[in-house]
Design a protein around this ligand. Structure first.
Ligand SMILES: [Zn+2]
Length: 258
């Protein structure tokens, strides 16, 4: 079993004095990256991702909150438990075997490491349907045996396109591989931007336009009049419809795909 470290940045954390049980969750969403979980939980006002681990559909296991920290995943039951989230909506979906297998290994490993046998579903301790009626709870909770573990660092690909790919993932527009290579999936993950947009994706567009010689002034992440004018100049130069809106055709040119 391999655990991928995420190196997420947390606000203040407190630490458990004991670990008596594991609590299983589903993401309640078909696609949900570690970064998305972290971002959402920060928005909730928490210290960051509330679960200790996420098991993704492809069988990859990510460490979210530090293992010894008190989680934020099951109200009233966080002080002595480790929370594991399974990507997917198991009210309706069927769990892929590779994910189930990874979940079993993680549960077996944690049981052995902490000397615990108690595994609960979120619904056992809170008024919730989590982890969903189709979640194979008995099979995963019953896992045991010795498991050897390796850990790996997240692949850190840097570059202009990687930065955009990562940001589109973080904001939930995509769940793509961050490889710094633009392609159709990168394009599909780029949101439409127009006057009034704000944030890191707008910032990326501004930086790109300035670098290409279409001056949009300071890179402030705010899609204002100057950014719109720069987009229109760019569209004119590229032979596109000049509407000042960054849609698929404009993105395609910015990404160098067409
Ligand atoms: Zn839950």
């Amino acid at each position: 079993m391999n655990i991928i470290e995420t190196n997420l940045q947390f606000r203040s954390l407190s630490y458990r004095s004991r670990t008596n049980r594991l609590i299983l969750h589903h993401a309640d969403a078909s696609v949900y990256s570690p970064e998305q979980i972290h971002r959402l939980h920060l928005q909730n006002g928490w210290s960051g991702a509330g679960y200790h681990f996420e098991v993704r559909k492809d069988g990859s296991i990510y460490r979210l909150r530090p293992e010894g920290a008190v989680g934020a995943h099951a109200s009233g039951s966080n002080s002595d438990s480790i929370g594991i989230c399974f990507e997917g909506d198991y009210d309706v979906e069927i769990m892929p075997d590779v994910q189930k297998q990874a979940g079993k290994e993680l549960v077996a490993w944690l049981k052995g490491k902490y000397g615990v046998s108690k595994v609960q579903a979120h619904r056992d301790v809170c008024a919730t349907a989590c982890p969903g009626a189709k979640f194979p709870f008995a099979e995963i909770a019953g896992a045991s045996g010795s498991v050897s573990v390796t850990t790996s660092q997240p692949v850190q690909v840097s570059g202009e396109i990687a930065e955009l790919q990562n940001e589109c993932n973080v904001q939930g527009f995509s769940s793509q591989k961050v490889d710094n290579i633009p392609g159709p999936i990168t394009l599909a993950g780029c949101p439409m931007l127009k006057k009034g947009a704000q944030g890191n994706i707008t910032r990326w567009v501004q930086r790109k336009l300035n670098a290409l010689g279409f001056n949009c002034g300071s890179v402030d992440g705010v899609f204002g009049v100057k950014t719109k004018a720069a987009i229109m100049a760019f569209q004119r130069a590229m032979g596109l419809i000049v509407d000042g809106i960054v849609g698929p055709k404009t993105w395609s040119k910015l990404l160098g795909l067409s």
